[in-house]
Design a binder for this molecule. Structure first.
Ligand code: PSU
Ligand code: MN
Length: 301
């Protein structure tokens, strides 16, 4: 593929040879995590993908192109404070036309991955329905219309998990628990939402992804893996910190795409950095699981 898509040599040959590739979003680096921890996270996630047997493909907008497979220097540029705009799928044409730097969210990353033939995407937490229902992440709508498999630790702790689960159902998005029977909730191991589908191994997850493809289902599968017990946070503590952060966001008038980064930063501050450590741990775990699923999927053909 040419035009505005630019693939790294490594990603291009992996795709040509039908080897496993995992697409990684960059908004989590540019907007979701503070420097320099964001670069540490990128390194840990890249290594985790390689450990699992796949090639990491970081996605971003740069120099008028949608790049799939960023190099180390490109990641560094992107991770500098305030260097990159937050780019959801709807923002892609404007971001490419501007010639500037853009960090892709789950929605833009899933779309780009599908366009270049990558089936598996990894992230920390997907966006969802915020309390009050007026602010709904574009991640949900993209999952509904773009095929693939997104590995995450559930919806981010800043959304309403019950409303988000309802919306996922309404949009026809299959949610599969990885070794869990309730919806993982990002920093917290579970939300009060029972899951109907569950897998125990990367191979089983890969079989679901392959069946989706063979059936021609146009929506992505959401594979949710709970945060490691040792890093997980208490639901009550996160909820209390969030209430204060929501109030602060309202007071300062933080809305639109700025709200999620604001809430994540506020949460880290109010939990003495523990939410940040938890976020980093789950990102690495998700990257490794996504890689193992992609590797298993590659052997299924
Ligand atoms: N997961 C994280 N941190 C993040 C995000 C995900 O652990 O910052 C980003 C992702 O890029 C996700 C986006 O797609 O937040 C959702 O933003 P919004 O709620 O504005 O749609
Ligand atoms: Mn929003």
């Amino acid at each position: 593929m040419t035009g505005p898509f630019r693939l790294s040599d490594e990603v291009r040959s992996a795709l040509e040879e039908r080897r496993a590739v995992v697409a990684l979003e960059t908004s989590v680096l540019a907007q979701g995590l503070p420097a320099p921890r964001n670069l540490e996270a990128a390194a840990a996630m890249g290594l985790a993908v390689r450990r699992g047997g796949a090639v990491p493909a970081w996605v971003a907008v740069e120099d008028g192109a949608l790049v799939v497979g960023l190099g180390e220097e490109e990641l560094e540029r992107l991770a500098a404070p305030d260097a990159a705009a937050k780019v959801a799928r709807r923002d892609l044409p404007a971001a490419v036309a501007s010639g500037g730097l853009g960090a892709t969210t789950v929605s833009a990353t899933l779309w780009a991955a599908h366009r270049v033939g990558i089936e598996v995407v990894a992230t920390g937490g997907i966006g969802g329905v915020h309390p009050g229902d007026a602010d709904v992440s574009a991640d949900l709508f993209e999952l509904a219309r773009t095929p693939g498999l997104v590995v995450c630790a559930g919806p981010k702790s800043i959304v309403d998990p019950v409303a988000t689960a309802e919306r996922l159902e309404e949009l026809g998005i299959l949610v599969v628990g990885y070794r869990c029977r309730r919806l993982p909730f990002f920093l917290v191991r579970e939300a009060p939402v029972d899951l109907e589908h569950r897998v125990e191994t990367p191979e089983e997850a890969a079989r679901v992804a392959a069946a989706r493809r063979e059936l021609g289902v146009g929506a992505a599968v959401l594979l949710c893996s709970p945060i490691d017990e040792a890093r997980a946070m208490d639901a009550g503590e996160v909820a209390a910190a969030l209430r204060a952060c929501e109030a602060e966001a309202d007071r300062l008038g933080v809305s639109g795409k700025a709200r999620t980064p604001f809430l994540l930063a506020c949460l880290a501050e109010r939990t003495d950095g523990r939410s940040l450590e938890a976020n980093l741990a789950l990102l690495e775990a998700d990257a490794e699981l996504a890689s193992r699923v992609a590797a298993a999927l590659a052997t299924l053909g």
